[in-house]
Design a protein around this ligand. Sequence first.
Ligand code: PSU
Ligand code: MN
Length: 301
Amino acid sequence: MIPITYSAEVAKARDTGTPIVALESTIITHGMPFPQNVETARLVEADVREAGAIPATIAVMSGSLHVGLEAAQLDALGQAQDVAKLSRADIAACIATGGTGATTVAATMIAAHLAGIHVFATGGIGGVHRGAENSFDISADLQELAMTPVTVVAAGAKAILDLPKTFEVLETLGVPVIAYGQDMLPAFWSAMSDMPAPLRMDTAQQIADAQKARTAMGLAGGQLVTNPIPADAQIPAAELSPIIETALAEADAKGISAKAVTPFLLGRIFELTQGRSLTANIALVRNNARLAAQIAIAMGK
Ligand code: PSU
Ligand code: MN
């Protein structure tokens, strides 16, 4: 087994059996600008604690896999330059070479599972990019959901993606997609899309029980819980879609590809909305952290 460095509070939670919620770090290093990234990470951790669970923010620092970051480590990561963005393909190489990297949804799921954590909160998962029929750009997050038994709470897939193709691929991969408390899938910055959700659940206990049933049946993989952004924080899809189109066209013109696509688009949408996309992003991550804590508590029952 790879050695894991636990934060003091996560180590204690493991000893006492307190529910733990995993949190990713790519959203800190590549998804939000400093200082809002660190402020948000702290707020999200506080939301998890307030809801009765313990937060475990995951990252690789100088070759060590950290599950739970001390406050000073979180600060350092939020300001570090040239941090790698780690997925299934490169997390082991980063550890082996003593590197520092932030974990995406896929890599965070892997680390959470190694640490025995069953629930993870993020903003939005990666998915099938628009134009994937030419670029083949499909996030490794989707395959990870099919393989690793962690329930991921997100506000849907990021609206910069091709959402219908993303949900088609999830269905093909056998990943349960559950909308929390509504019939339609949310679309990240907007509470509603025009796509009906494959599954709907209204309580954290149902979601926890569904993950347990999967595992009991020997079905590999996790679940995607799509939790709508709070109504007062959302940006209507109609308002956002021309902005997304502009950002996508710029990415295309600049030849942005592979791992750089998602951070570039999020950064441009932040600028084009005068920061409103970030305010919405912060609200939805916090909302997801609270639901993830309830699911982690329900898993223990
Ligand atoms: N959600 C956010 N902001 C982000 C991400 C998710 O609100 O920055 C990150 C996640 O780490 C996700 C990654 O796994 O973007 C997807 O990147 P890619 O499309 O390159 O797989
Ligand atoms: Mn990609």
